[in-house]
Design a protein. Structure first.
Length: 125
């Protein structure tokens, strides 16, 4: 498979990359091809970029069941692939820091007041 100059595994946020399909990959569905070339990207995101036309083959929109042919040029949209780190807790949760009894990478013991939900559920904001 030959790749253009933007062949970094994780493209910059503003650069799409173009991959030329080799004979070994011919006949493969585009969705499976993308799974291999966009490692770590959830399939739901892959199908979304296919539906919205961000992935193009030979400069045209395609569907997820499209079968690649040797020599096809696949435009793969940028995806940083690194999950965003959570920011600081909102002001309303300052009391949580004061109630931490024990904390390590695997366990958190919290002195939770009665009435505060442990798990989100129906009707709990």
């Amino acid at each position: 498979m030959s790749v253009d100059s933007n062949s970094a595994p994780r493209a910059a946020p503003s650069a799409a990359r173009v991959v030329v399909v080799e004979a070994a990959d011919a006949g493969q569905r585009i969705d499976n091809f993308l799974v291999r070339h966009m490692k770590g990207v959830p399939r739901s995101h892959l199908y979304r970029v296919l539906r919205t036309g961000q992935v193009r083959v030979n400069r045209g929109r395609i569907r997820a069941h499209y079968r690649l042919q040797a020599g096809d040029e696949v435009r793969i949209p940028p995806f940083a692939g690194t999950p965003a780190r959570p920011g600081p807790a909102p002001e309303g949760f300052a009391w949580v820091r004061e109630r931490i009894l024990y904390r390590d990478p695997d366990l958190l013991v919290l002195d939770k007041p009665a009435g505060v939900a442990v798990h989100a559920g129906s009707g709990i904001a």
